[in-house]
Design a binder for this molecule. Sequence first.
Ligand SMILES: [Zn+2]
Length: 367
Amino acid sequence: VRITNCHVHTFTHEHTPLGFLPRPVTWLARFGFVRALLSWLARVFDPERKTPLGRYAQILETSYKKDQAAVFAIVRGFYPQGTRFVVLPMDMTHLNAGPVPTSIAEQHRQLARLRDQHPGEIVAFAAVDPRHPDIVASTIDLLENHGFQGIKLYPPTGYHPYDSRLHELYRYANEQRIPVLTHCSRPASVQYRGTPTPEMQKDPEHGDAPLNLSHDQLLSYFTRPDAYLPILRNYPNVNVCLAHVGGAGDWRQYLNHPWNPPAHDPDPNWLARILELIRSGDYPNLWTDIAYTLFAADDYVYLLNALLTDEKIAERVLFGSDFYVVENAALEERRRSLRIRATLGEHVFERIAHTNPEHFLTATTTL
Ligand SMILES: [Zn+2]
């Protein structure tokens, strides 16, 4: 079986806004010995990684690797030789958290070079944000001339996925059968930091009447599964993957109260909603990946195993890990992916880690 991990990241601190972490943390984290000390404290005092210190010390350490190649070398080592990785860049330009030292254009160039140094091992997606004035032209250039094979969205940074500035790009993706992968869990770990603008408060599907949502509700509104329905309907050749199957919080809640919305958000359970949309058969271009969520808690793999007994679900789920945003990544990525493989069995694992990714990416890769 040739595994495809459909969801990994290699961006580093240089692609992250200067104000992303509180200022003293950013200042201190520049020093290797401070990060080493944090890692050591985390290992000694929080081996189970139950506190933010334990969770973020490792992420911080990885994000301070020299470059994307150094980060990729780590995740590559967790999987069998010949594994293929879909690498998703991260565009935090408009996060409202200060300037980003290395631009998204340069992040894309670095990723293209890394891919060329590892023939056949990396599928590069292009990060898209409608707030870049030349977003359609620059993305089509990456897809046509630089070997990028998909589009990566991250609406919690402050835009609706059906933003009218992206429609031309979706038309192109529909013609060329370019897949889209997007963040779908709440609350997102990377979020727009500013006050929502009047522009953001307009639903591109429903006209100019302001939504009048609070900051958190608005970002959740952009990110929820139903925000993708107009794309799924209007661009049937675009495979859309809602990453994280709704997210670890919604999985926890699904095990307890499958249909109740969480206290802070009126939208019903996202895992339940994604399953419902796939089972309806109305959206044959809808996909989902298990990145992060299945690596967040050990008992979710049993629920996944049960969900995958439904043929309609089994043919639309993709294997992914969310390296290196997953807590415990360095200690656990290999073990957890092996546990998923062992629990699901070879046949089902082969479907989500080999067969389905081939179909999802079909537009641009040979089967
Ligand atoms: Zn991710």
